[in-house]
Design a protein around this ligand. Structure first.
Ligand code: ZN
Length: 106
């Protein structure tokens, strides 16, 4: 039974690897969205853009925020317990269930 436990651990680690790669893109998107939000806030606060600009682009910005939040929620899950494995991208163990999600360092 020891080999099947090892195989299960191996399959969790290999199932998590593509999620971790995709999460890099999600983090870049979060960075862009947060900075675009601050930029829009300051553009409006300093009257460089008017209310029509905000009413035109605000709803689209909301859609993008929802898409990025959904991508994060769907992608950043532990393959074993389906909960968030924690906020630390380099963590080797799921913060929810404790299963190993990344291989030992070489
Ligand atoms: Zn877990």
């Amino acid at each position: 039974m020891a080999s099947s436990r090892a195989e299960r651990a191996e399959s969790i680690i290999s199932a998590f690897a593509p999620r971790r790669r995709r999460q890099f893109a999600v983090r870049v998107a979060v960075f862009v969205v947060v900075n675009a939000g601050w930029a829009a806030f300051f553009l409006r606060a300093t009257d460089r853009v008017g209310d029509d600009w905000l009413l035109t682009w605000g709803p689209w910005f909301g859609v993008v925020v929802c898409v990025v939040a959904a991508a994060h929620a769907l992608n950043w899950r532990c393959p074993s317990c389906l909960a968030s494995p924690g906020s630390y991208a380099e963590a080797r163990f799921c913060q929810s269930c404790g299963v190993q999600i990344r291989p030992e360092p070489a």
